[in-house]
Design a protein around this ligand. Sequence first.
Ligand code: KPL
Length: 310
Amino acid sequence: MTTQKIGVIGAGAIGQLMFNLLSSQINSQADAKVYLIARELSSDSQTLQFTDLAHSSHNHTITLLGQDSPEVAELDLVIICVKAYQVDELICHFLPRLANHCHIILLHNGMGPHLNVAKHLLNYPKMGLSLATTSHGALKHAQWQVTHTGSGQTTVGHYTGHQLADSLKDSLTQAIPKLTWHADIITALWQKLIINCAINPLTAIFECKNGQLAQDSFAEHINIIVAECCEVAKADGISLSLAASLEMVYKVINLTANNISSMYQDILQLRKTEIDYISGYVVERAAQHQIAVPANVNNQQRIKALEIYR
Ligand code: KPL
């Protein structure tokens, strides 16, 4: 049996969560191996501390691969877990270093980077690209200390090029709780995008937890944002009803009531946000279709202003 080699690229909270879930399942199998690939250029030994949903802590020492490690050329699958705005530069670095049959999964908030990655892949005809979204919660306390804070769902689906091998699909399904395969991943990503367009900017602008958006004072604002998103999605060939989308947004607001959204966290920690790939993606697609989306434009501008002045 051939050994499956999987690399998780990105050592943020979600990257380390995915690596821990996969390695606890996969590295116990003789026929598979999973690696964590971080920004460092050379390989390095590192002890990771992972706290699971049952609050048990596990320490394991691994060899972290650097971005130029020779092992990168042997990977069958890479799962890219970096911020949306980092994807393009990272892909340009990795594509010439990966095996010519390697499959790529992009896992980040927002939409947009897949369009450029698909263009790059035209030069790599044996590769394939899948896209994913997850609602698992993870918190990074220190560089190598991550807690799995909330059980969520992960959706993955094929986008372009060669299909992911069934054996690798099986490994992911076994290792990542509540992972489902979606034949129409772009619709699934739009559904998540609408949730992020409604929740993320508002929590950062009004400095509140997700749950506060359930207050009546936000209802009209949320309605307009979601209606604009549905109109643009429709022009892009994705049919999502306003009522069902609003229902989904309020479900997530209630399920994550105590969360500080990723965008509000980015603003609080003086980091760049993913606004250009959340509201910004809707604004960009709207411009293509000549649709006015003033609420999403306003959210993008207000978050940009917060990024600059904090
Ligand atoms: O994905 C999220 C985020 O914070 O980025 C939500 C769903 C809004 C949960 O906080």
